[in-house]
Write a protein that binds this ligand. Sequence first.
Ligand SMILES: NC(=O)CC[C@H](N)C(=O)O
Length: 401
Amino acid sequence: MSTVTPAGSAPQPLPRNHGPEGAQPGYLLLEDGTRFDGFSVTHHAPAVGEVVFTTSMSGYQETVTDPSYRGQIVVFTYPLIGNYGVAREHMESDAIHARAVVMREGVDAEDAPCAEGGWLSWLTDCAVPALSGADTRALVRHLRDKGAMRGGVFPAAVSPAEARALIEAEPPMSGRDLVGEVTPQQPFELPPADGVAERAFVAAIDTGIKASIVRNLRERGVRLRLFPAYSSAQELLVANPDAVFLANGPGDPAALDRIVATVRELVGKVPVWGICLGHQLLCRAVGLETFKLPFGHRGANHPVKDLATGRIDITSQNHGFAVLGPRGERRVEGDEPLRWETDFGTAELSQLNLYDRTVEGLVLRDVPAATVQYHPEAGPGPHDAVYQFDRFLEQLIGGSR
Ligand SMILES: NC(=O)CC[C@H](N)C(=O)O
């Protein structure tokens, strides 16, 4: 299944002008037995997955269509979700990947200016369960204290015993490879955006690439060929790209050894740039380790410091795993660009998260390769860091072809 909507094609049936199916009592159960009641307002069927929260105040449609949310139930901390409806241009892929959503108050708002349909109607049409009326403040404090964990959204008719059995049957996120569910079967090529001259040819390993990353690259003159995630290094190299891009994507990077081995074969032979899962895969490929964050970073307000310039960007983030620092630490102390030795020469810690001091970016000094953990494409989120796309093209590829 392709996760990118080629420009112009109809991505997903958007909602007709009808209201949701009607609220019925429902609940969220976590694997530790904690229960939060609310109303099932869209598709009245059970859904299980890793329960995570995002602090973004807008961008609910981008969030649920981001393939990186595959296998997860998304809790929104912002108390009102759906207030500007949904529209085709906000799709990050051609499907909803979140298993379910949990909200304090979900609304349809299909008449909102710019809306092509209502949020709850769309979730209903796409058979995605939604729990509304839940105490999301208490739920998020619980997840912050205890960590992201498995759980499920259930109509009240499902007994807690049945619910527990369904949650138990769900594999934990650690060790999970979900890329196979979102990667395309065949390579697919996209030209630069209309009216933009071609500047570079980039081969992307499509582990679930977001449409806004594709858009940002094409707008800068990139002809982009998306390769199935399990393509060999040889298949990418014979295409003779100017650079390889490693995309975002779902699941645990430590479960993706096959792709890591491919990246290892590419580093040093062609410039490599990665975002989020791509950052984690490049880091693993050069010999660094990843670990699971307690409750992840999901939101649009994470401050990240560029250690070379001192500049602080407010960034969009969505990740549950992170890369260990130069001395194997989870929190990096100090504000100096730190260096460490990898299998491919010196790596420099280029960016740092100022909330929890985790690794946010890496540059390899002896071969052309760089990564960021956050989302410079800002879909959704502030645009502070979109310059990273220009930096990538200038530093790794150079001027025009
Ligand atoms: N957005 C992403 O690429 C997420 C990467 C990885 N699945 C994580 O949760 O850390």
